[in-house]
Design a protein around this ligand. Structure first.
Ligand SMILES: NC(=O)c1ccc[n+]([C@@H]2O[C@H](COP(=O)([O-])OP(=O)(O)OC[C@H]3O[C@@H](n4cnc5c(N)ncnc54)[C@H](O)[C@@H]3O)[C@@H](O)[C@H]2O)c1
Ligand SMILES: O=C(O)C(=O)C[C@]1(C(=O)O)C=C[C@@H](O)C=C1
Length: 285
């Protein structure tokens, strides 16, 4: 049971976590903290949090669980603001989409890594942002990756794991580096491709004429290009190395497809498409 949960950034992810824990009945009080009082007021009205404070020190007072659910670029600032106010036995976790940069930001903000810190990442979301987009079943049956550190206290790890399990998520652990490599491939690259494709077509087509003829395939492929640009800028800046490596690999493969089209090499195209279809059909089973 969590006595007091403080969430920094009560948006899609922070808000959905609060709603899921409230629904599970495993959290006595949820306190929100963010930059915008309007958003926090809205979070109270929607029944997402019990109360809020705009002062990070006050928000974190007495909390036994603290969740950082702000954009990646804001993690360090929040840590610096709470470093002298976090209870020594509190568990501290985050939901950031890249882990290496959050670990660096927490180390810098606190001066050293707090023992209660357990980096985490729910692999669930939508293209929408803000507390109005939050819903309690977002994490149901979805994976949450924890990347515990050498400094991480085993009790804090167990507490964070239990918190996510109470939302209906399936929790797994791996190293920070492995997380960042995998997510660069399966989440960051697809978002860059979707943003890049829509931008390219938007600049190509006069008066959006091109989108008038876009149907289901285009909609499915590009849904995630409606995601928050600030969040995705931060992710690109935070996970540069891994993203560059997977992009280089993808560019080589795209060149291979381009060359097959150029040569009129139907056999090669069929081989690639059959392999891709089999992989996706397996994944979507
Ligand atoms: N959206 C997704 O699909 C998804 C999935 C998993 C993880 N994440 C991660 O979750 C985090 C939050 O993403 P989201 O989609 O919930 O975003 P969001 O925009 O819905 O919510 C972010 C919240 O943080 C607040 N905020 C922004 N800057 C702040 C600051 N300096 N101090 C305090 N509060 C601040 C905003 O007011 C907002 O309430 C990000 O780190 C993101 O990488 C997102
Ligand atoms: O489904 C979506 O809209 C998402 O973008 C969710 C998604 C992803 O699957 O790539 C995006 C970012 C995250 O850090 C985790 C999940």
């Amino acid at each position: 049971m969590i006595r007091r949960l403080t969430i920094f950034g009560v948006g899609l992810i922070g808000g959905s976590l609060a709603l899921a824990l409230r629904r599970a009945g495993t959290c006595e009080e949820v306190v929100g903290c963010s930059r915008s009082e309007d958003h926090l007021r809205q979070a109270v009205e929607l029944g997402v949090i019990d109360r809020y404070s705009l002062d990070p020190a006050e928000a974190v007072a007495g909390a036994d669980m603290v969740v950082l659910a702000v954009p990646l670029g804001a993690m360090g600032g929040v840590c610096a603001a709470i470093r002298d106010h976090l209870a020594p036995d509190a568990a501290l976790t985050d939901v950031g989409s890249a882990k290496g940069s959050v670990v660096d930001a927490v180390r810098e903000g606190f001066g050293e890594l707090p023992h209660g810190f357990v980096p985490g990442h729910p692999i669930a979301g939508t293209e929408r942002s803000g507390v109005a987009a939050a819903f309690p079943t977002l994490f149901q049956g979805r994976r949450v990756i924890l990347t515990p550190l050498d400094t991480t206290d085993i009790g804090a790890l167990a507490k964070v794991r239990t918190m996510w399990e109470e939302t209906g998520a399936v929790v797994e652990s791996m190293s920070v580096a492995h997380h960042d490599e995998i997510l660069a491939a399966t989440s960051h690259l697809p978002h860059l491709l979707a943003f890049g494709l829509v931008d390219s077509l938007a600049r190509m087509g006069e008066r959006d004429e091109i989108f008038r003829y876009a149907a289901g395939g285009f909609r499915d492929f590009t849904r995630i290009a409606s995601s928050d640009p600030v969040m995705w800028r931060d992710i690109c800046l935070s996970n540069r190395e891994a993203i560059l490596s997977v992009m280089a690999h993808y560019q080589e493969d795209l060149t291979m497809i381009t060359e097959a089209v150029s040569r009129g090499d139907g056999e090669r195209l069929l081989e690639i498409f059959q392999r891709a279809k089999a992989a996706r059909d397996r994944f979507c089973e």
